[in-house]
Design a protein around this ligand. Structure first.
Ligand SMILES: Nc1ncnc2c1ncn2[C@@H]1O[C@H](COP(=O)(O)OP(=O)(O)O)[C@@H](O)[C@H]1O
Ligand SMILES: [Mg+2]
Length: 328
């Protein structure tokens, strides 16, 4: 049997979301069991641990209260923090992208295995694709799976608001990265390149870009760096090279429309929906627009249609989404 101390330590590490410690204690328990000739129990514990690793680890996540994490001092207004709870399994993704995201998580969860062989898990990812295709959501989901907080840096705001001090603010962000292992998302990273294109302050913009590249190069932290852009064509080629991989996000293909709608309307009876019609009604809409349309249909159903979501209602909301599309 495991000792009482082991059980207490196990529960404590679970409560604190300390995944590594949890695994270590469980492994100790397996060893104790094996030492007593309870090979079957040892094997069962180890199999459960492997399973937990493979499915991206236990649900436990950092319960660090947000106030402790909240950016202070000079980082206020530069970075925001969240403790996300959205999981990869909550998302509707094509198999390829899902597999790539799971692999990112797995490399981190099994970091020590890689390191034992002189390998490093990849940490820097560029997310490319149109607005509303799940770049931010995927980043949040990876943070959840790893039990890490998510810090978002809004470059657009950072650059316009603090033009003269952007490089030094960026340095603070990269300092934070080494101090606190977390997921850091540089949203709208193309702002770096866009500002370069404007005539005034060309020199300053170049300096900011160069600092960004240099900080990326020098970063030896264990944090994960995600950078998202809707405009890859604006990005300096040098940026691409700094990342371990780029992930491409696209508008949902026809097979994903139904699961997207179903993910929002799980409380409704959808047996009689004409999915072919709904799928064509959703053509050219992003995941975000489809989710929003399904939400609208749900509200209409509750308020005006006796809680029934039917094809007509969905098609009407999807048509509205097409109409309210911003002209970008
Ligand atoms: N793959 C997806 N599965 C489920 N919902 C999604 C997906 N992608 C986007 N959404 C919905 O759209 C919203 C906006 O997506 P977001 O991740 O912010 O897009 P992006 O960062 O690419 O502009 C999400 O909060 C979610 O409601
Ligand atoms: Mg986004």
């Amino acid at each position: 049997m495991a000792t009482v101390q082991q059980i207490v330590a196990l529960i404590r590490s679970h409560a604190r979301g300390d995944r590594e410690r949890f695994a270590r204690i469980a492994e100790q328990m397996a060893e104790t069991a094996a030492g007593r000739g309870q090979e079957k129990i040892a094997a069962e514990i180890r199999a459960l641990l492997r399973e937990a690793d493979a499915s991206a680890g236990p649900v436990a996540k950092s319960r660090d209260p947000i106030p402790m994490l909240r950016p202070r001092g000079e980082l206020v207004g530069v970075m925001s923090v969240a403790n996300p709870d959205v999981r990869l399994s909550d998302m509707v993704l094509d198999d390829h992208l899902l597999a790539r995201l799971r692999k990112i998580v797995k490399e981190q969860c099994e970091r020590s295995k890689l390191e034992a062989r002189g390998l490093q898990p990849r940490r820097k990812f560029l997310l490319v694709g149109p607005p509303g295709t799940g770049k931010t959501m995927s980043t949040a989901a990876v943070a959840t799976e790893l039990g890490l907080p998510l810090f978002t840096i809004l470059l657009d705001g950072l650059i316009t608001k603090y033009m003269g001090e952007t490089a030094s603010k960026l340095r603070l962000v990269f300092d934070a990265m080494s101090e606190r292992r977390a997921v850091y998302l540089f949203d709208e990273v193309d702002a770096l390149a866009t500002s370069r294109a404007t005539d005034n302050d060309v020199g300053e913009a170049r300096r900011i870009l160069n600092s960004f590249l240099q900080f990326l190069d020098e970063d030896r932290s264990t944090s994960l760096v995600f950078a998202a852009t809707n405009h890859p064509e604006l990005l300096d080629r040098a940026i691409f090279r700094r990342f371990n991989a780029s992930l491409h996000f696209e508008l949902p293909g026809p097979p994903l429309v139904r699961p997207l709608v179903e993910s929002v309307l799980s409380n409704f009876d959808l047996d009689r929906i004409d999915w072919a019609a709904v799928t064509s009604g959703a053509a050219n809409l992003s995941q975000a627009e489809i989710v929003r349309a399904a939400d609208d249909a749900a509200r209409d159903a509750v308020l005006d249609h006796d809680n029934v979501v039917d094809t007509e209602l969905l098609l009407a909301s999807l048509a509205d989404s097409h109409r309210v599309r911003p002209l970008t």
